[in-house]
Design a protein around this ligand. Sequence first.
Ligand code: NAD
Length: 454
Amino acid sequence: MKKDSIKKGEQIAPPSGKLGILIPGIGGAVSTTFVAGVELIRRGLAEPIGSLTQLGAIRLGKRYEHRAPKIKEFVPLAGLEDIVFGGWDIYEANGFEAALYARVLKREHLDPIKDFLGGISPMKAVFDRRFVKNLDGTHVKSSAGLAERLEELKADIAEFKARNGIDRLVMIWCGSTEVHQKPQEIHQSAAALREAVNRNDQRIAPSMLYALAALESGIPFINGAPNLTIDIPAMLELAGNNGVPVAGKDFKTGQTLMKTILAPGLKSRLLGLEGWYSTNILGNRDGLVLDDKDSFKTKEESKLSVLEYILQPHLYPSLYKNYYHKVAINYYPPRGDNKEGWDCIDIFGWLGYPMQIKVDFQCRDSILAAPLILDLVLFMDLAQRSGMSGIQEWLSFYFKSPMVQENLYPEHDLFIQSMKLKNTLRYLMGEEQITHFGLDYYMNTCEPCEEPKK
Ligand SMILES: NC(=O)c1ccc[n+]([C@@H]2O[C@H](COP(=O)([O-])OP(=O)(O)OC[C@H]3O[C@@H](n4cnc5c(N)ncnc54)[C@H](O)[C@@H]3O)[C@@H](O)[C@H]2O)c1
């Protein structure tokens, strides 16, 4: 992405017309909670709690200026009324049936929008059981070749767009976590990947075909799961060539959200860490998928990396060199989507004296994920209209394993991520960056610290 290709302020194309949200995995717990939630909010039946784009404000200028507009009034975002939903799933259930199955939202929230949810029927999915071993849906495309499947996905997209009179699209993967994959030679360039598709290479995961369909159609792609999918040079090359933004991966919701809130605090006070034991019990379909060791490995890698990057043991060996970090997920059906995440944290302070912190987060996975999806699709649409392409690192705030350029390490600290996001919005709208410089108001050369007294 070149600096002068970025449009700012009034140069950014306005969000006129309809915005289509395409979701692989539209019948899942997260997707149905997101779609139902947006419709309830549109009808004035609920509040968009947890969504930065809908409820967040952004400070502008000096503190004494008292300027803090709502983000949705500051940057040109699509309105909720302009959103149209579509997607694919390996199960045929419509949006209402799928939401009932997910057991996240109560009937009092689903019944008033039964007509709307019932009208959302998933398109037939591209699926391969080798990549998600614990599911076996039948609502899948029957074509044998990968190239044919890719063309079918692109035709689905074009048909969805035309049928609904849509102007712009964003695709977000909310499908199951696929088995662990390391980048291989077929992932190293756009040409190698395309060639692998054409010769039906069995190492190409379904999520990659959806991503290819999006990128080849000029549609921004977001990865909500920890799958490799777009985090490979081939996809980044394609995104760059086609001027398309991408973001991922793995929504940062329950336990990892807590971890990236707590760990930066401990580190900023230079408290040492001896061990961090994290375990989860989870009983939804995601939990069932993660009960397979190969899908769990994908998730585990995503969950484990955050502490290493936040604590930087190479800079603070006496505090963080040898801590023990363990993450487990146990499938426990009675809990459904209401995950319980326990953290036992062994820290040490002055003169090495030990202390313990216990966190027991009784959360709701999809309730935490839904507002992230809303923000991500709206911000990615903004990125596209602003001429931003490739990795959107400013959206790291939303991910457990933020994608970054090859020579960089990911930024996991939630507070740095939040500053990064807001400063990017300020940059786009031609406002001054806020650095929280400690002497800003106190040096002789600076402006007066307060408004003049009347
Ligand atoms: N809920 C959270 O807090 C959270 C956080 C981070 C990541 N995630 C990830 O988000 C994804 C969705 O989570 P969920 O709880 O909704 O899971 P879910 O199992 O309820 O939903 C996933 C859906 O994807 C469908 N699917 C699987 N493979 C598909 C394919 N190839 N094409 C189309 N559809 C396909 C499944 O049938 C299912 O309906 C998972 O990968 C999960 O790991 C969720």
